[in-house]
Design a protein around this ligand. Structure first.
Ligand SMILES: Nc1nc2c(ncn2[C@@H]2O[C@H](COP(=O)(O)OP(=O)(O)OP(=O)(O)O)[C@@H](O)[C@H]2O)c(=O)[nH]1
Ligand SMILES: [Mg+2]
Length: 334
């Protein structure tokens, strides 16, 4: 294990924008060692007053939709405006292979060589919930290090986009124009979460069907209720490859930031995201305390048997186990 710095060294390094120290602090956050968990909390507590000063943008879309290419172009546009940009990824497939992460790094080569940009893929081999916790904390460190735009990328194939939506201010869904039913393949809930639908790869021979798809989605969204933010979901076309539509998207996001700051939604949303995060942590901790409790571990097979055989109602069985947990917990370390 690489030598750890002191809390003061991490804090100073991060606040001065030292990206080597930032990376090392993120490694502490991602570590599973108990000593690192303590250290991570200390660092986070120190930098917390300096965090939050950014716009957090979630970007999702199915594999191959062009996320990496888009983020590279979008990120370059932002750095050309003098903005400091951090790109974090939540990769539900990172358990499968480290290869996709490497691939992403190389694809975002121009951006990763930009002195105003910082790219950090998520640590592999963690549960999705664990990765999400790390990403939230990493985001706070990046903000304290002076990054003004935080982009969180995830592949839209499961739960991860819901997690990303729950930790960002603005949610961008990249889509492809396809033949046939334009709405197929994308979960309805995800479309409803989006602040903007971007029909990507609107270039070359694709341009026309992208415009058509835009019209179809605009019609489909026509009846959607207005979001609590006061912003109306937009549908646009773009090309990450050619840079089309990119400056317009950034303008839209800036307008959104202004609108929601003025009407109070921006801060309210962040407050409720923080509360959700806390309650989620409580749920996770209670659940693992329950299932790791030795009394529960011993009793579960027997009670499960009763439920399987229908000699006990599932609800009653659950209550029995919970009662066991609550009465025995003082005797058992949890
Ligand atoms: N024509 C066109 N092709 C694009 C565009 N953006 C990306 N591509 C191509 O689409 C393919 C996938 O692009 P990526 O940026 O890697 O897509 P991704 O969504 O990050 O893919 P995963 O990381 O696998 O989920 C590559 O071959 C790109 O060159 C675009 O705007 N126009
Ligand atoms: Mg990618």
């Amino acid at each position: 294990m690489r030598k750890r710095l002191s809390v003061v060294e991490y804090t100073k390094g991060i606040l001065s924008g030292d990206r080597v120290v930032l990376s090392r602090a993120i490694t502490v956050i991602e570590s599973k060692l108990d000593s690192d968990k303590v250290l991570a909390k200390q660092i986070l507590r120190e930098i917390l007053p300096f965090s939050g000063n950014s716009i957090r943008i979630g970007i999702t879309g199915v594999p191959g939709v062009g996320k990496s290419t888009f983020i590279e172009t979008f990120g370059k546009h932002l750095t050309s405006l003098g903005k400091r940009v951090a790109v974090l990824t939540i990769d539900p497939s990172s358990k499968r292979s480290g290869g996709s992460i490497l691939g992403d790094k190389t694809r975002m080569e121009t951006l990763s060589n930009d002195s105003l940009a910082y790219i950090r893929p998520s640590a592999a081999r963690l549960s999705l919930g664990g990765v999400a916790d790390n990403t939230r904390e990493t985001m706070l460190l990046c903000e304290a290090a002076g990054f003004e735009v935080i982009i969180i990328e995830t592949v839209g194939v499961g739960q991860s986009e819901i997690l990303v939506h729950g930790m960002t201010d603005f949610f961008l869904l990249l889509m492809l124009a396809g033949a046939g039913d334009e709405l197929q393949g994308i979960k309805k809930g995800i479309i409803e979460m989006a602040d903007v639908l971007v029909i990507n790869k609107a270039d070359g021979a694709n341009q026309n069907i992208a415009e058509e798809a835009m019209g179809t989605y605009r019609n489909a969204l026509h009846l959607s209720p207005k979001s609590a933010s006061g912003h109306i979901t937009q549908v646009v076309t773009a090309s990450g490859l050619e840079g089309k539509g990119i400056p317009e998207l950034w303008n839209m996001i800036s307008d959104y930031q202004k609108l929601t700051s003025d009407n109070g939604y921006f801060i309210r949303n962040r407050q409720s995201q923080n509360l959700d995060w806390m309650h989620e942590r409580i749920r996770q901790a209670l659940e693992s305390a329950f299932y790791e409790n030795s009394v529960i571990k011993r009793s579960i097979p027997e009670i499960e048997k009763l439920v399987r055989e229908e000699t006990e109602l599932p609800v009653v069985a659950a209550e029995r186990l919970l009662a066991l947990f609550l009465t025995k917990k003082s005797e058992e370390p949890i």
